[in-house]
Design a protein around this ligand. Structure first.
Ligand code: FAD
Length: 422
């Protein structure tokens, strides 16, 4: 006889765990499977944005509190963006003019913190070291076999990451290479933050545009250094990406920056499925979440916030499925609609900016102007605040307006003001 559950969740990363936690109070019987045993490593930049904290609190206040109490994270109060010609702009994380921190936290620790929360709920059964092969869907249920045991559920959540076997089985994993990025990362010792605000460092280097190299400092004093680039740009430029990463680290300005640094362990790489349009992410008795649904931000490469968002929205939708006893593809479309209602405008905007970031001259102009003129840097930061608080159309209008004002301001300031000479 199969073991019977209401919900079967494949993958216990941020997307899978938050689906389960959001469902914890529903009374539904949940099984969550992961191929690994926790704590487990995950190749990542280890950056957790303001959206991650916001999304955690929308899953539960308790979860957000657990994270805010967690000692293995480190706050960062600003980002430093470096142009290809090495000017830089300082960007504080302003929310309604208040400077809030983002955090860095090794994913092995962050994911384990989330994973541990599962154990306090008797209606959530956790299965580690359980790699799920295929799943059979019928009109009445979904069936899978894990470690020789059969499991039956009413609905399946595919939260099993970028190489999701469920997305593959259902033919929903076909993403053009122009919507995939490749990331490489390694841990370093001996790299100090550039100032007391512990800025994250983003380097737009000519050879890897429209991608970037990052330095994120961690709570244990080490740093996560990595590089991300569009898959199409890697093949067009015929780059050996790992070699390029090493080359960038040993040429200026990074050569001097990393003069006292040494690598701990090897370089790890992974693909990043980027969000771009409303591709199908649900069907008969299943929903895809997080990387399995390709929800990563196409500009920044951040995926943890959207993984948690999709886990929460999936859980809310699943409650409705049980209320109405409807698990059909038509009913599940409401899940896709809700995800894309929130994310599509952001994807469109960020894809547009990603395309602009291809041009070193443009980045030199923008970042260089802010570097030379404090007024422009301040204006740019105010623009970022405005962008957080307006609708998609408002944002697009604002960008066009900003481009116009920026050009005029740049001309005006160049003529009448002395450069700050930083
Ligand atoms: C190099 C790199 C740097 C990145 N940097 C950042 C960053 O700084 N900030 C950010 O927000 N995002 C970053 N991302 C993206 C981020 O890592 C992902 O978007 C995020 O991990 C997605 O969460 P998830 O839960 O969907 O998938 P995952 O975190 O990948 O979790 C999937 C889980 O499913 C399990 N699994 C897989 N297959 C099976 C199976 N068959 N059976 C059972 N279990 C299975 C895996 O073991 C895993 O635990 C980066 C990605 C890369 C590659």
């Amino acid at each position: 006889m199969p073991e019977k559950y209401d919900v079967l969740i494949i993958g216990a990363g941020p997307a899978g765990v938050t689906t389960a936690l959001k469902l914890a109070g529903s009374g539904l019987k949940i099984a969550i499977f992961d191929k690994d045993q926790f704590p487990r490593e995950k190749t990542c930049g280890d950056g957790l944005t303001l959206d991650v904290i916001n999304q955690l609190s929308l899953v539960s206040d308790r979860l957000a509190d657990e994270f805010l109490k967690f000692s293995k994270k480190l706050p960062s109060y600003e980002a430093l963006l470096f142009s290809p010609d090495f000017s830089r702009i300082r960007i504080p994380y302003l929310m309604k003019n208040e400077n809030k921190p983002i955090y860095t936290c090794r994913r092995v620790d962050f994911d384990n913190l989330l994973f541990r929360q599962l154990k306090q709920y008797p209606n959530i059964n956790v299965f580690e070291n359980c790699k799920i092969g295929s799943i059979e869907f019928s009109e009445t249920n979904a069936m899978l076999t894990a470690n020789g045991v059969e499991f039956e559920g009413s609905i399946v959540v595919g939260a099993n990451g970028a190489n999701s076997m469920l997305a593959r089985q259902l033919g929903l994993n076909r993403i053009g290479r122009e919507h995939q990025a490749v990331g490489l990362t390694a841990y370093y010792i001996g790299v100090k933050p550039l100032n007391q605000k512990n800025p994250i460092e983003i380097y737009f280097l000519k050879d890897i545009l429209p991608g970037y190299l990052w330095i994120f400092h961690l709570a244990d004093g080490k740093a996560n250094i990595g590089v991300g680039m569009l898959a199409t740009a890697i093949s067009e430029k015929k780059i050996d990406f790992k070699k390029k990463f090493e080359e960038l680290l040993s040429t200026e300005p990074l050569k001097t920056r990393l003069a006292n640094a040494s690598r701990e362990g090897g370089v790890k790489g992974h693909t990043l499925p980027l969000g771009f349009n409303n591709r199908e992410i649900s069907g008969n008795r299943f929903l895809l979440t997080g990387d399995a649904a390709a929800l990563i931000d196409p500009l920044t490469g951040e995926g943890v916030g959207n993984a948690i968002r999709s886990g929460r929205v999936a859980a809310e939708h699943i409650v409705e499925c049980f209320k109405t006893n409807n698990f059909s593809p038509q009913f599940n479309k409401a899940y896709d609609t809700e995800i894309y209602r929130r994310l599509l405008p952001e994807y469109k905007m960020n894809l547009f900016i990603q395309k602009l970031c291809k041009y070193p001259g443009l980045l030199n102009f923008f970042i260089g102007s802010a570097y030379s003129h404090i007024e422009i840097e301040n204006g740019f930061n105010q623009a970022m605040v405005y962008m957080q608080t307006n609708s998609a159309i408002g944002k697009i209008k604002f960008i066009l307006k900003t481009l116009y004002v920026f050009t005029l301001l740049n001309l005006f300031v160049s003529i009448f003001h002395k450069k700050t000479g930083r």
